[in-house]
Design a binder for this molecule. Structure first.
Ligand SMILES: NC(=O)C1=CN([C@@H]2O[C@H](COP(=O)(O)OP(=O)(O)OC[C@H]3O[C@@H](n4cnc5c(N)ncnc54)[C@H](O)[C@@H]3O)[C@@H](O)[C@H]2O)C=CC1
Ligand SMILES: O=C(O)/C=C/C=C(\O)C(=O)O
Length: 503
């Protein structure tokens, strides 16, 4: 019998995970849901699903904290101090949170410690700094009158988070919502609840009662009840495009504003006049980092025809050397996918590529030499045209689709030929090429000779089916606040009388 490596769970998680209504566990009410360790396939915990009544408890708690609690009315200095303490809690518990995150997601422990938890703490620091530096608006267009614009918190924000980077992505939403004075109810993905449940518990010691709440469970049950709850004033969602559509249509019934950070099929466009060593590193990072599960992945790699065979050959060599395995080891470069169904879906795209006339270049198989974990070998295919499904569908795994192009115009046309428009990557050292591409590309972000660089002050989000609204400094301020215009007379001039045209 073949001996498989043993992948020990990086931490002993709690036996049962609950939500939080302030500092009390939510009542649950739904079935128990299993939580698996993706590297071994073993069940490691049980999630207590919150039904609609439990969701009501959490939203009511958030509502009370908003309507009668101190949080919305704190001074900037007071709120900033609390946000800084939230960041410190993450830094103090970074190892524990990273291990819990690794246990539920299979993401690399090193990456979780060094990038995700650092980013999570920084999300709070960023918004603390942002609100400290906000400028006010003051107008005096009409002599004798002063108009100011006041930004007030909106109310209770429902924050719905995905499974591919739970803490890093949810803390962006939590920090943004709280910094502008809102209260919130977070719903993590039912697949990956461990680290966020612990983080919300830890933050109860820092935040006023009821400001941050958490409900757990499946999307169509717990998530749908949250979005439909009349006590919710805002919805911020990151996840799949179809889910985003369903959420927006429910929220639209009550005219509740939404931001939607949805899927992508981003073009990674490599010109012959690029620094090709750098472009190769960027292409590998763009598709294989975060275990290949990123909305911003450069999953459609378009390469100028004159260098296509050579570049693809070098990519395959490097892809075959990627160290796949135990996500807790520092040397591992690619861990397992997040769930068994997701792994099967990703592998299914190999047959899809073949059916569309494509060819498998490398990978395309489960790494069953690594046991029962959800490991997929780094995979690349080439397809005859951009209408192939592997060039159009978001695969969300370590799966690159290669296509050649001939001219700058050709590259821009193929890059834009998709329902999505989240990010694009351009690799070229020729300024006119770069300028033409940045002007032509229909995506919310364009990274030139630089993969995946986030600037939190700048908006992040997608064109077309990749989203609605943006996340980032000013974009979050616009979303998480109501603007109120206040006009008053400085030295009261005579009032216009009824019937007086003022002419
Ligand atoms: N960051 C991103 O852009 C992500 C994109 N995806 C894409 O979406 C595909 C599907 O993945 P899923 O896990 O099914 O993502 P999903 O969109 O179903 O899940 C994201 C979150 O939405 C919640 N949710 C699901 N249905 C809901 C509903 N009706 N009302 C309220 N909340 C709901 C889920 O419980 C989870 O918390 C992936 O294969 C990938 O292509 C998935 C996760 C993250
Ligand atoms: O906010 C960011 O920096 C990155 C966001 C990335 C995603 O939403 C994703 O990969 O799913």
């Amino acid at each position: 019998m073949t001996e498989h490596p043993r992948f020990d769970v990086p931490i002993t998680p709690p036996e049962r995970v609950t939500g939080w209504a302030g500092d009390r566990a939510t009542p649950g009410g739904g079935p128990d849901l299993p939580v698996f360790y993706p590297a071994s396939g073993q069940q490691i915990s049980v999630l207590v699903e919150d039904d609609a009544d439990a969701v009501d408890v959490a939203v009511t708690t958030a509502r009370r904290a908003f309507d009668t609690g101190p949080w919305p009315g704190l001074s900037t200095a007071e709120r900033t101090a609390v946000l800084e303490r939230c960041g410190q809690v993450i830094r103090d518990h970074a190892d524990e949170l990273a291990r819990l995150e690794c246990a539920a997601t299979g993401l690399l422990l090193r990456e979780l410690r060094e990038r995700h938890m650092v980013r999570a703490a920084y999300n709070f620091r960023f918004f603390a700094d942002y609100i400290s530096q906000r400028a006010g608006e003051r107008y005096d267009q009409t002599p004798g009158y002063l108009t100011t614009v006041v930004r007030e918190p909106v109310g209770v924000a429902a924050l719905i988070a995905p499974w591919n980077a739970p803490v890093a992505l949810a803390t962006m939403k939590i920090a943004a919502a709280l910094s502008f004075g809102n209260t919130c109810v977070l719903k993590p993905s039912e697949q990956t609840p461990l680290a966020l449940a612990r983080l919300v518990e830890l933050l109860q010691d820092v935040l006023p009662e009821g400001v941050l709440n958490l409900v757990n469970g499946r999307g169509p049950v717990t998530g749908a009840a949250l979005v439909a709850h009349p006590g919710v004033d805002l919805v911020s969602f990151t996840g799949g495009t179809e889910t985003g559509r369903a959420i927006m249509s429910t929220a639209g019934q009550r005219l509740v504003p939404c931001t939607m950070e949805l899927g992508g099929k981003s073009a990674n466009v490599i010109f012959a006049n690029a620094d090709l060593d750098r472009a190769l590193d960027g292409a590998l990072l763009g598709i294989f980092s975060n275990n290949g599960q990123q909305c911003l992945a450069g999953s459609r790699i378009l390469v100028e025809r004159s260098i296509f065979d050579d570049f693809v050959g070098r990519f395959i060599d490097r892809a075959q050397q990627i160290r796949v395995g135990d996500p807790t080891l520092a040397e591992t470069e690619l861990g397992p996918l997040a769930s068994h169904p997701h792994m099967m879906r990703v592998l299914g795209f190999v047959d899809t590529a073949r059916a569309d006339g494509g060819a498998l270049l490398t990978g395309g198989v489960r790494r069953d030499d690594l046991g029962e974990g959800y490991f997929v070998a780094p995979t690349a295919v080439t397809v005859p045209g951009n209408d192939a499904r592997t060039a159009q569908d978001e695969i969300f795994g370590p799966f690159a689709t290669f296509l050649p192009f001939d001219t700058v115009e050709d590259a821009a046309t193929i890059a834009n030929d998709t329902q999505f428009g989240l990010v694009s990557y351009v690799w070229s050292d020729h300024l006119p090429t770069v300028m033409t591409m940045t002007e032509r590309l229909r995506s919310g972000v364009v990274w030139v000779n630089t993969p995946m660089m986030r600037e939190l002050r700048a908006p992040f989000g997608g064109y077309k089916n990749s989203g609605v609204g943006r996340e980032g400094g000013a974009a979050c301020e616009a979303f998480y606040t109501e603007e109120k215009t206040v006009t008053l007379p400085k030295t009261p001039p005579p009032l216009r009388r009824l019937g007086d045209t003022g002419g």
